[in-house]
Design a protein around this ligand. Structure first.
Ligand code: C5P
Length: 288
């Protein structure tokens, strides 16, 4: 039996600008994403049995054809023209689910890369990322890692200089947000016209953490906080604890705070645990 162990890293959005709606109903985005050190653990065992088996430590995560990882395995083998044989995939989820941290996408991206290696690299990285894009908008970024700016539907990616060293406190409230519902709730008043993402690329290039913290922006933050005021409360509490900047990630519901000191970050984690179901301290990741 062969056993592969992989880590699938979460991401945060430093900017997430929704710029408009396309005739097909999808939205055009301009976003800067940064991988962080919070990860799901995935084991892939190859056995002498047919088919694909999937297991997850969280009972409410579906482990059949509805799971993005299951779909990824099916589509990967269909793309290379082979039968999926004896795959037993086990996901130990630590990244909060429905949280704006691309947890499902990260699992999907990591499994695509691992299966490709297992099969002797029949697909190029570009082909794998294109396959990932058909499964979820954030999948190609999770395969790239580090920091990148994305245009359009979110998978036209340009790698950029990552955040300087810092501590990121990730606060996931008890409620989750459906990405689809969050997009549907946007009105043209929420659309961004200022190209804050291009500005963020410059700030990252300069590497001044306070300036980066000052440039954080998310088109979803105000509309989501309008119905979920806890988002404002978490941001205020993180600021009280010494965060130099705070933002909701993705379409929510995770809110993060950026800290320069680890002591303050861990103190904030203790305080925020009173408001949120899951609170983690993570670091920005460079491209591996
Ligand atoms: O790609 P992902 O599965 O994350 O998208 C979830 C939903 O969010 C889509 O079905 C679509 O309704 C909406 N969406 C959008 N514009 C995008 C990405 C997603 O409207 N660029």
């Amino acid at each position: 039996m062969k056993l592969i162990k992989i880590k699938a890293y979460a991401k945060i959005n430093l900017t997430l600008e929704v710029e408009g709606k396309r005739p097909d109903g999808y939205h055009t985005l301009n976003t800067v994403m940064q991988a962080v050190s919070l990860y799901d653990h995935i084991k892939i065992a190859v056995r002498e049995e047919s088919g694909i088996g999937l297991r997850c430590n969280l009972p409410y995560v579906p482990c059949d054809g509805r799971n993005i990882v299951y779909k990824a395995a099916v589509q990967f083998y269909s793309a290379i023209g082979k039968m999926a044989y004896g795959l037993e995939i086990e996901i130990d989820k630590r990244i909060p689910v429905g949280a704006g941290l691309a947890g499902g996408s990260a699992d999907c991206g990591a499994v695509l890369i691992a299966l490709n290696q297992l099969e002797g690299s029949p697909l190029t990285m570009q082909q794998l990322m294109e396959l990932g894009a058909t499964l979820g908008s954030d999948v190609p970024f999770t395969m790239l890692g580090g920091c990148a700016v994305a245009y359009g539907l979110g998978y036209d990616l340009t790698p950029i200089k990552p955040m300087p060293s810092c501590h990121i406190v990730l606060c996931k409230p008890r409620f989750s947000v459906s990405t689809k519902a969050a997009f549907e709730a946007l009105t043209p008043a929420n659309y961004s016209t200022e190209n804050r993402s291009a500005h963020m690329v410059q700030l990252l290039e300069q590497g001044d953490l306070s300036a980066i913290a000052g440039g954080l922006y998310n088109s979803f933050e105000q509309p989501v906080a309008g119905t979920r005021p806890l988002i404002h409360t978490i941001k205020a509490k993180l600021t009280d604890c010494g965060a130099v900047g705070t933002l909701m990630s993705g379409s929510g519901s995770t809110v993060y705070g950026i800290f320069t000191s680890s002591k303050r970050a861990y103190a904030a984690q203790r305080v925020l645990r009173k408001l949120c179901q899951e609170v983690y301290v993570a670091r920005p990741m460079k491209k591996e």
